[in-house]
Write a protein that binds this ligand. Sequence first.
Ligand SMILES: Nc1ncnc2c1ncn2[C@@H]1O[C@H](COP(=O)(O)OP(=O)(O)OP(=O)(O)O)[C@@H](O)[C@H]1O
Length: 567
Amino acid sequence: MSVDKDHQKTIKDSKMVLYDLISRNITVKKRTFAALGCISGLANALVLALINNVAENIADIHRENHILYYLALFSLTIAIYGLTQHRLMTKAAKMVEQAIDGLRVELFECVRHTELATLEKIGKEKIFTTLSKELQTISQSAQLFVIIGQSISLVFFTSMYIAYHSFVAFIVLAVLIMLGGSIHRLRADEIQKNMQQSFESENKLIQRLSDLLDGFKEVKLSVPRADDLEYEFAMDSARAKRSKTKTQTLFASDFILSQISFFAATGAMVFIVPVLSHVYTDVVIKVTTASLFLIGPITSIVGGIPIFTAASEAGQNVLALEKELQSEQEKIQHTKSAHAELATFEQIQLSGAYYQHNRAPGEHAFVVGPIDFQLQRGKITFITGGNGSGKTTFIRMLTGLYELQAGKILLDGQQLNETSLQGYRSLFTAVFSDFHLFKQLYGIHDTKQQEIDEWLAFLEMNSKVSIVDGQFSTVDLSSGQRKRLALLSTILENRPVYIFDEWAADQDPIFRRKFYEQVLPRLKARGNTVIAITHDDTYFHLADAHLKMVEGQLTDNNDIISNGVSS
Ligand SMILES: Nc1ncnc2c1ncn2[C@@H]1O[C@H](COP(=O)(O)OP(=O)(O)OP(=O)(O)O)[C@@H](O)[C@H]1O
């Protein structure tokens, strides 16, 4: 296929994207839409024909007392137009919103089922922009589809009316319309490129905004940081402005060119058509009026192109994100079909487990493994190690959050596969060092109020928080208190294995002691298994096993402890 054909295909594909997205979850009743569009366009063209006819024969109509008959016909035509147009618009809005509802949930589901590594690669901002702004852009274009469709139908019927009166006038009009259309097509590529650039700039803007909002305190404290951040934001904003202005300028010149072609077409009716063919004055008046009547629909079509193009671009971005997320599609099917939770296990074994992080070009890739490791039910394991030694990566490998690139996980001797992975993950509950505290206790049902109250009191949070209708009454608390609530959520989940990533780091000494000396033993007594990443050497003696991570390699640290040397 030639480059030019490829290019034409890309443009066509980008226009079809919206239709594909909309028709994916719902049946688009093409015939109903086409029929309603035709009736509405025809009724609109009939208004023109009636006016022309009455104006031409006004004296005869008055003499024969037919004015009321024409008035009734005129009113009927307008009523038909109004009703069909209203039906078309409400149907289109309903259809597009229904399609977006489906897409929104589908994308949410894709994100939910995607792997952590894929999510880290795509980035939060892109997902956020696509799920909010891009879907909204498509939604806003709903009425436009109808207006453009109906305008095309009106242009068609009016052209037929012109062709009926003068074929030459029709040909002149068709040539000028096609000329205007091809000018727009020539610029489609440039417009598309600029729109993609503004999408990327807007993603960056969201990233800077998150930096400002998430790091508000740090920004407030440092003027140079705030200045730099503002400078970068202004740069990205200027880039977005440039690509948006370029796009708008292209659209504006398209619009002006279309108006000029339109005026040229109307002028051609009086200057060129009479030269090319023998037409009577009344025909010239009719075709000129008809071509003037086209200004409305042609303006709607040309004016609607920017919104339609933006919606098509948004559709492309939705599809692109979906494709990135759906590289995991097969796994989604597996996870959907096998989400049964596992209630217990005897032994988890990692054999030759290996994971290498993605690396930026020219940078050294961090590797964890190969690791051989055994986790026995009901034991408390501590893991220590320096910053960046690979502890978190190892935990993600162990919990199935990172897919092993080599080696295997054996659950009670059975090797994990994609079908058993989700069940395996459900063995774990965790408070990560970058934990998120959910205000609503998603997925935690059937817990007795007495048990909740007892744990709240045990965690010394009963005077601050209560749980009402499955939600914490407040999460506006200190960071140590928020961590206690995250701990409470995991306790209420009651999963076989507990992961704590430096949980006690921001607790006061008294509660830190309570965590190691009471919480962990209580979990152990309940039959739970605990893995804690910790640097609290005072409590190392409480662990059944103590491992140390060094440069991505896991070693047994029990010998070091027994020799009285802490890590
Ligand atoms: N998302 C990521 N993408 C690429 N590389 C990463 C990513 N996360 C971590 N790494 C690399 O893996 C190394 C180990 O990170 P990891 O978070 O596992 O260490 P850690 O022992 O938990 O550190 P800390 O005690 O500081 O939390 C890091 O030095 C970094 O180079």
